[in-house]
Structures are given as structure tokens and as C-alpha cells.
Design a protein around this ligand. Structure first.
Ligand code: GTP
Ligand code: MG
Ligand code: NA
Length: 343
């Protein structure tokens, strides 16, 4: 390992797409959780965050025998809602991420919020991988739990393979109409110019090893500079909520830098800047969703990238979507307040 490789932060991956394409279910499948079934109407209404340690990703991808060299400590995945009314949350999520998964339902092809998400990603030149989800819904599909996609496709009947090819071609054509070249990832000879498609099922787990491996490999290959850990704190408020036993808390994504218990922070508030002290730095357990109430781990300090719940006085007026700033030893609080209110 080179020095640069030792000093990488976890990539932040945003999962986007039209409503009900299976974004949350894909994460449930990787986490071994049941978040989606607990959602009101099965609809995601908030941004979520889940941390996947490298060892879990290694375990999940080992069947691909890629000798996956994982230099990053893990992967932080941001779940976003696909419902049309949450454009602001999709925009916030895509603004935070290094790479994205754009989920398309193989039975539906491109839909309005697929295109909206695509445009948000293109606007920021964000790399993304297309997950062509729900392959298990193809008529007469024979599921093979958690299998790599090529292995399971080979074992499908000729009819299923033809139906898969037909729907895949349709999606590739639809992307083409949006001015985008896409190709099945293992046939893609022009990575970088042509975007990768990974067929998946959130129900059977098929294609998930491929998706995880490609995410990590592509991040490590193309974003070493961007993923190099920096001390300067870069942090965004996702949600403001009251949690029993903790009072008002803010959920944040720490993109870079380190936060410590006791740090003096400034966040943008409804009635002006809020200057307070981090009382507690909490995270859910690895592979658990930040937005779902559960037990929390307490930390003295946390290094980026991570989804964090912060408790502190006065945070009830914090505004979601704005930045969190740390008042450093040499900083003037007034300057930091000004930066915070510019958000
Ligand atoms: P929003 O967050 O509300 O935009 O939806 P979403 O994209 O997170 O989709 P969600 O995970 O809520 O899944 C929507 C529905 O599709 C649920 O009933 C899931 O069980 C189902 N579903 C998701 N993925 C798959 C899949 O791969 N195969 C099958 N058969 N069903 C799936
Ligand atoms: Mg969802
Ligand atoms: Na849904």
C-alpha cells in the first residue's frame, strides 16, 4: 500500500432512481435488514445513510474471486426517495456523493425520476452505475441466492435469456435517447465513456456482488485524489429530529475531516446561526440505517466519511441541507457564523 492508499476515506455513494424501483430494498438486501417494509406506504421520505465496512463488502464479493483489493475503509451509502415530490432530497443526496447507483426497474425501463436523477448526476459530472433491478421478475426466472449475475444468467432458460436481452436492449436504447451510452458492465470495453449496467435483484441478491465490487473498484480507480482524506471538516445536515432519550438531534453526513465530542460547532438556524457544542457523537451500528431508530454507538471522535447523529443544545432550529462548521482553535466565531449563514 502506498501512503496515498492508506489515507483514503470511504467513498460516498448515493442511490437514486424512480419511485419503487427497489433502492431501499437493495440496501436491505446488502444490510440484511427490513427497513423498506417499515416505511409508511413503502415510500422513502427521508435521506438515509448506512456505513458498510470493507470486510463486509469483501465477504459479499468473494464469489467473484477478484482478489478485490479494498483500499478504502468502507462505503457510505446514501438512500434517497424516488417519489416525485422529493426532488430537493434527491438533489441534496446527489450533491453529497462521490459516485451513485441509478436504479432502473427492468420491467419498466426509464421513468420520469430516472431521467431527473440522471440529469442531477450529469449536472455535477458524478460517476454512476446503473442497477437494472428486479431481474427475478422476468417470467420463469430461476433465482440463485446472492449469485454473481453472469453465473445466474447462464443458468436461465433460452426464453428467459432472450427476454432479458430484449429488455436490456430497450433500456440501453432509452439511455441512448438521453444522450448516454450504457452497456452491461462485463461487456463494456469503454469504461469511462460508456456507463456500466449491473443487473440485480434485491429479493434474491443476484448481481449484488457485482454491484458492490464494481462500485469499490471504480471509485478506487478513478477518484483517488477526491477520496484522499483531508482534515478540513466538510459536513452537511440531513435531518433535524427529536429522539427519545437524546432530545433534539441532527443527522449529518461527514464528507471529510474529523468531528470530536466537545467540538464547538456552528449550523445555520431559522433565527440565525446556532453556536453550540457537540454533546454526543452517535452512529448506528455498521450496516444499519441512520434514519431508523435503533441503538447507537457513542464515539469520542469520528473520521469521515460517516453518517452521524449529533446531540447538542439549540439544534432544534437547525435547517436541513445546510453545512455544519467547526470552530477551530484559530478561528473567529463571527467568521464561522458568517460562513454558516451563507448556506
Ligand atoms: P422509494 O424509496 O419510495 O422511491 O422506493 P424504492 O426505490 O426504495 O423501492 P422499494 O425498495 O421501496 O421497493 C419497492 C417495491 O418493489 C417493494 O414492494 C419491493 O419489495 C419491490 N422490489 C424491490 N426490489 C425488487 C426486486 O429486485 N425484485 C422484486 N421482485 N421486487 C422488488
Ligand atoms: Mg426507498
Ligand atoms: Na418504495
Amino acid at each position: 500500500q502506498t501512503e496515498a492508499e492508506e489515507n483514503l476515506r470511504s467513498p460516498i455513494c448515493c442511490i437514486m432512481g424512480h419511485v419503487d424501483t427497489g433502492k431501499t430494498k437493495l440496501l436491505d438486501c446488502i444490510r440484511g435488514t427490513n427497513v423498506q417494509e417499515g416505511e409508511a406506504g413503502g415510500i422513502t421520505q427521508q435521506i438515509g445513510a448506512t456505513y458498510f465496512p470493507a470486510e463486509n463488502i469483501r465477504e459479499r464479493t468473494k464469489e467473484l474471486k477478484a482478489d478485490a483489493k479494498l483500499n478504502v475503509p468502507g462505503l457510505l451509502v446514501i438512500d434517497t426517495p424516488g417519489h416525485e415530490s422529493f426532488t430537493n432530497l434527491r438533489s441534496r443526496g446527489s450533491g453529497l456523493c462521490d459516485i451513485a447507483i441509478l436504479v432502473v426497474d427492468i420491467m419498466h425501463g426509464l421513468e420520469p425520476q430516472t431521467i431527473e436523477s440522471l440529469n442531477l448526476l450529469r449536472m455535477r459530472n458524478t460517476e454512476f452505475i446503473v442497477a437494472l433491478n428486479k431481474v427475478d421478475r422476468l417470467y420463469a426466472w430461476k433465482a440463485q441466492r446472492n449469485a454473481p449475475i453472469r453465473k445466474t444468467l447462464k443458468q436461465q432458460s433460452k426464453d428467459v435469456q432472450n427476454e432479458f436481452d430484449r429488455r436490456l436492449m430497450e433500456v440501453i436504447t432509452q439511455f441512448k435517447e438521453q444522450g448516454l451510452n450504457t452497456e452491461l458492465y462485463y461487456k463494456n470495453k469503454d469504461m469511462g465513456e460508456t456507463f456500466n449496467i449491473v443487473p440485480t435483484s434485491a429479493i434474491s441478491g443476484e448481481g449484488i456482488p457485482d454491484l458492490l465490487l464494481l462500485l469499490i473498484q471504480w471509485s478506487q480507480k478513478t477518484m483517488i485524489e477526491k477520496l484522499t482524506f483531508r482534515n478540513e471538516v466538510q459536513c452537511t445536515v440531513l435531518e433535524v429530529k427529536v429522539i427519545e432519550g437524546h432530545g433534539t438531534t441532527i443527522d449529518v453526513v461527514l464528507v471529510n475531516g474529523v468531528l470530536h465530542e466537545g467540538d464547538q460547532i456552528v449550523v445555520c438556524g431559522l433565527q440565525g446561526p446556532i453556536v453550540t457544542t457537540i454533546r454526543a457523537l452517535l452512529t448506528p451500528h455498521p450496516m444499519k440505517e441512520l434514519r431508523v431508530k435503533g441503538t447507537y454507538l457513542h464515539h469520542k471522535e469520528i473520521k469521515a466519511a460517516q453518517g452521524i447523529k449529533i446531540t447538542g443544545q439549540g439544534l432544534e432550529h437547525a435547517i436541513a441541507g445546510t453545512g455544519l462548521y467547526v470552530v477551530g482553535r484559530d478561528d473567529d466565531v463571527e467568521d464561522v457564523k458568517e460562513s454558516a449563514m451563507e448556506d
